[in-house]
Unconditional design. Sequence first.
Length: 123
Amino acid sequence: MKKVVSNIFAKVDLDSIPEENKHGDCFVVALNTFLEDPQNYILVHGVVTGQGPLEGIEYCHAWVIDDETVIDNTIPQSRIPVGLYYYIGKISITREYDKNEVFKMLDKYGTYGPWDPVFKDYP
């Protein structure tokens, strides 16, 4: 039986996601990037809409914001203006964490994320 994730936007057939696009390391990469400059960076967890092999699929992702720039070290063009990144990714839900919040969440959950229950229905 196929595993399907339901949310208010769509049903996602997880079997339709190519294996190489499953189990990414964006939460680890984003946290490690954040830790390079926790005074000036904001860690973000969010829901993006995929492109290419993931076109139309909404899924959890993580990145860092530095002023008006997104730093996403999981993609080739790792620095993108915030507005453009959010437009291209069709980002629908976000949670932002500053230094104090990141360390609080790491202590509370013991994981890289996502931490907010709003993300539980997204792959």
